[in-house]
Unconditional design. Structure first.
Length: 503
């Protein structure tokens, strides 16, 4: 049996092994090398799986040779392979950045713990995407969540502990709702395999326990993906976590939660139950609009640059869930494309902000917060950093030539397809709010004179700039060449709509 046949297992096992090794070795440099090697190996596995799916269709891997539904199955279709590339690719880029970033943000004696928790978080996110077992989704969700709480709490600012605790409480509530929902599904179907569960659901889909399962899963997953108004944990978590942690979480964690929601809606429950018999699309549409306008409006008035883009993330999640509410191929394509494009753009922005904070700190032991009064005239000394943040901001706005434009274009197509022209106006109007909060940074960094004491800052080191600019360049690339992003998302959307409507 060739190595290629075991790629689904290696996708999870390799980063999982790196985490305890980092703890056992208890050396920051060695832990960095081990976990980074695991992340790059996971990325190689993701590329291999993406190619396998393109050649032979859905890949099914039976753990321990126990055939599904009796054993645990790892199942990879086009959407899964797309998500695996995003998660593992972001880890492969963020980890080299971490080497320089955490030197100032995390005490040296805790570096090995940071890498161990990062490896566990990566394992959990990859496991959520690849498993075909409902209870395993919950297990991997808890692995990623528990490690995330530690990663956030490692920040030097004491408010990081409060942010981690707040996320712990809300995350635990969300996880409880999810496991209750899975329990109801198991009660009614007698299986935990998602494909088998979907087949057995036909006989029980109108029962109250199934409707209760749908409600519990929707609320629990919505809390994890920070859907308005269940987003209260996100702004503090992104603001006070170490820069590399913020970038990785912003690019992957909420996106994986959306993936889980899509998987349950289209694979398990089916379109008929979710979108035709219940008012769920209308509810999701309303909450999405609240996120797009409300969170973006709040972002405009933030004084801390990290917090501004944290609220921006809540607003951008509104566009993703808006696409789901359309229940169409174009709407689902928009959601999946925006998962990817927003993850790359926001990851690049937060990496650049981390370099900005490191440059602002100079030789001081504690890095200052990137407040706007400290950013005046910053473009004169840090042109590459500032220009990268502006390009990432243009993608959030949806300017042509960036990845964000492609996402919003498909959202507009989906709205026109449904005859909802007022939503086209809402998408454009909410994008103007993004113009305002991005312009706040442009105005301060480019059109104000440096404050006294800020004139001596130099550009961020290459260890910060290279990973960040890889993501910013990718934002531009995928805004011009959509064959990979839109091609993969469209194929995934067609498969999901076909399977969901066939229920």
């Amino acid at each position: 049996m060739s190595l290629a046949q075991h790629l689904p297992a290696l996708q999870v096992v390799l980063p999982l092994i790196s985490a305890p090794l980092a703890v056992l070795l208890r050396h920051g440099g060695i832990a960095f090398a081990v976990v980074t090697a695991g992340a790059w190996a996971a990325f190689a596995c993701a590329v291999g799986l993406w190619l396998q799916v393109g050649e032979s269709g859905v890949v099914s891997y039976a753990i321990g040779n126990w055939p599904p539904p009796w054993g645990i199955e790892y199942r990879v279709d086009r959407l899964t392979s797309f998500m695996l590339l995003l998660v593992s690719g972001m880890a492969a880029i963020v980890l080299p950045y971490s080497r320089a970033s955490i030197a100032r943000e995390i005490p040296r004696e805790l570096h090995y713990l940071y890498y161990a928790m990062f490896g566990l978080c990566l394992t959990g996110l990859l496991g959520i995407c690849i498993t075909g077992d409902a209870f395993n989704i919950f297990v991997f969700l808890e692995i990623s969540s528990l490690s995330t709480y530690v990663l956030i709490a490692l920040g030097r600012d004491r408010r990081a502990l409060t942010a981690a605790y707040q996320y712990l409480i809300m995350g635990s509530i969300g996880a409880t709702f999810i496991v209750i929902g899975i329990g109801f599904l198991y009660l009614m179907t007698g299986t935990l395999n998602l494909v088998d569960m979907a087949q057995r659901m036909r006989d029980v889909e109108n029962t109250r326990p199934v409707l209760a399962a749908l409600a519990f899963l929707t609320v629990g997953i919505s809390l994890k993906l920070a859907l308005f108004p269940l987003h209260q944990w996100l702004p503090n978590a992104y603001t006070y976590a170490p820069s590399a942690v913020t970038a990785f979480l912003a690019a992957t964690a909420t996106k994986v939660s959306v993936y889980v929601l899509i998987r349950f809606y289209f694979t398990v429950f089916g379109e008929s139950l979710v979108f035709d018999r219940l008012p769920l699309p209308q509810i999701m549409l309303g909450l999405s609009l609240f996120a797009m306008f409300g969170a973006s409006f709040v972002a405009i008035f933030q004084h801390n640059l990290k917090r501004l883009f944290a609220y921006s993330s809540v607003g951008q999640m509104g566009y993703i869930t808006l696409g789901l509410s359309f229940d169409s191929v174009n709407g689902l394509t928009a959601s999946i494309v925006h998962l990817f494009n927003h993850g790359i753009a926001k990851g690049g922005i937060f990496l650049l902000i981390g370099g900005l904070v490191a440059a602002m700190a100079g030789k001081h032991a504690v890095s200052p917060a990137p407040t706007f009064d400290r950013l005046a005239g910053l473009s004169r000394r840090m042109p590459l950093t500032c220009f990268g943040i502006v390009i990432g901001g243009l993608s959030l706005i949806g300017v042509p030539g960036t990845g964000g434009f492609i996402s919003k274009w498909y959202l507009i197509l989906a709205a026109m397809e449904k005859g909802q022209w007022w939503l086209v106006g809402a998408i454009l109007l909410s994008s103007l709010l993004a113009v305002v909060y991005v312009w706040r940074f442009v105005e301060v960094a480019y059109f104000r004179a440096p404050a006294p004491g800020n004139e001596t800052r130099a550009e961020a080191p290459l260890a910060f700039l290279i990973p960040a600019w890889l993501l910013i360049a990718a934002t531009l690339w995928f805004g011009l060449d959509t064959s990979f992003t839109v091609g993969s998302a469209l194929e995934a959307a067609q498969q999901l709509v076909k399977s969901g409507s066939g229920r």
